[in-house]
Every structure is written in C-alpha cells, then in structure tokens.
Design a protein around this ligand. Structure first.
Ligand code: ADP
Length: 265
C-alpha cells in the first residue's frame, strides 16, 4: 500500500518536473526565435537604404554625374536614405542600452511637467509647425516620479512624435499630466488620427511591428519607437496602455510611480 503510493507521488513529481522543463525549453525557443527574427529584421531594414545609396553612387559615377539637377536630386535621396539608417542605428543603440539597464532600477527623481514642456517645444521647433498642434495640460501640483531623465525624455519624444506623425493635420495632439491615485502620475497623449484596428493593439510594442509599413517609412518611422517605450516603462515599474478607435484616434496612457518621500532631498 504505502510503498505504491509513494512511488506514484515520485512519478507525479518527475512528470511535473518534465513539464516545467518542457515549458522552459519552449520559452527558451521563443526567446531564441525572437532574437533571430530581430537580427534578421534589423539587417533587412539597414540593407534596403544601403542598397539604394550604393545604386545612386554608381549612377552618379557614370552618366548622371554630369547633369547638375539630376545630381542634386540623387544626392537628396542619398541623404534621406542615410538619415533613415542613422535613425535606425540610433534606435537600435537605445534599445540595447535600455535592455542592459533592465535590472537596475532608475535612481533619480524627475519633475515631469517641465520635461513635457521641453520635449513639446523641441518637437514644435523641429516640425516647422507642420501638421498637428501640440496642446499640453499639466496639473500644477504634481509630485516627482522615480526616473531616468534621458529615458523619460525619449519616452515623451516617441509618444508625442507618433501622435504628430499619425495624427490628422489640423487637429490637435493633446498631452496631459495628472495624478493617478496617491502613488502615481499619469501621462496621456491623444491624437485624432486614423486610429488603429483592435487586432493590432496587442502587437504594437513588438520590435519592427507596423500597421502600415509604407506609411511608417514615409513619416520617418523605424518600427522601434513603441518597443523602446515599453522597455523604458517596464524599467520604471510603470504601465503603458494603448487605446484606439478607427477613424477617431489613438490615446496612449503611461502611469509612473511617484517618488517615495525618502528619495527627495
Ligand atoms: P514607427 O517608427 O513605425 O512609428 P512605433 O514602434 O513607434 O514605430 O509604432 C509601431 C506602429 O504602430 C507604427 O508603425 C504605426 O503603424 C502604429 N502607431 C503608433 N502610434 C500610432 C498612433 N498614434 N496612431 C496610429 N498608429 C500608430
């Protein structure tokens, strides 16, 4: 009797271990697969503009080099393609730095309000007043959050930049900062663009996932902006949510924990 039951339990334990082991292997395979896909995608994204630049160099070295207007046009395209590669390499470097910091929580405290104002001013300047207008609304009595300044600046840049890129010209992009209960600060960035169909929402923070790759490229997207945002928010122990309605617009909400009183000095 007893021996048999004992044996059965031993058997169950071994089975359970095997299941846990198999799950580990599945997770490992998924992680490995993602890494391979990422390298393949990144290489492809770099190869396309590089091939275009090399093609134009060759053309300029031959016939088109003599005709000034053609030369100017080709040089402009080459410059645009090189700028795309530069953005992509910049985002790849950001992503790897943020990932390297993953297990080291941020140590500073940041006032988000002036940071929002700063990033909004910068985006207005670099966009030459084209497209949508950024409208900010900030609760004046916000407590500081725990944070890494360059990373939070990048988070704001990416989210407001997307709202401007995918918003509808002539409609505002509304950015607001408010309390989120006692322990959090909530940032919302809302545009009135085309919106995103529900089936895409869960995948938007995957690297290189785009709803419309042509549109993303034409507005200077790399497909990495939201993946970077997700990693930054995770490192800050915050939450990122994306809500959207096709034809009405998209709202991204980020909540970040308020800095504990001991962290302030
Ligand atoms: P990208 O550099 O292509 O903009 P992101 O990672 O920032 O990359 O965003 C991924 C995709 O999510 C975009 O290509 C776009 O299709 C979609 N997207 C992001 N933000 C918005 C938005 N505010 N409105 C509509 N679509 C958006």
């Amino acid at each position: 009797g007893i021996d048999q039951r004992w044996e059965m339990r031993m058997g169950e334990t071994a089975d359970a271990r095997r299941i846990v082991h198999l799950r580990d292997r599945t997770a490992q395979h998924a992680a490995e697969r993602m890494r391979v896909d990422f390298v393949a995608n990144a290489s492809h994204e770099l190869r396309t503009p590089l091939a275009s630049i090399l093609g134009f160099v060759e053309t300029l070295q031959h016939e088109a080099g003599e005709d000034p207007p053609t030369r100017g046009r080709f040089l402009k395209i080459m410059g645009d393609e090189a700028a795309r590669m530069q953005r992509l390499v910049g985002d790849l470097i950001s992503l790897s730095r943020i990932e390297a910091d993953k297990h080291r929580p941020p140590s500073g405290t940041i006032d988000l309000a002036p940071l929002v104002t700063e990033v909004a001013a910068e985006l207005r300047r670099t966009r030459d007043g084209r497209g949508s207008d950024l409208v900010t609304s900030v609760d004046p009595l916000l407590p500081p959050v725990v944070g890494d300044r360059p990373q939070l600046s990048q988070l704001l840049h990416n989210l407001m930049g997307n709202a401007l890129k995918y918003g509808r010209a002539g409609t505002p992009v509304d950015v607001s900062l408010a309390r989120d209960g006692a322990a959090g600060v909530r940032l919302t960035v809302a545009d009135q663009g085309e919106g995103i169909a529900a089936e895409h929402l869960p995948r938007l923070t995957e690297r290189f996932y785009r709803v419309d790759a042509g549109r993303s490229r034409s507005v200077g997207g790399t497909g990495l902006g939201l993946a970077i945002c997700k990693h930054i928010v995770e490192r800050h122990r915050g939450r990122l949510r994306i809500a959207s309605r096709v034809g009405e617009g998209t709202t991204v909400t980020v909540t970040l924990p308020v800095a504990p009183p001991a962290a302030l000095s």
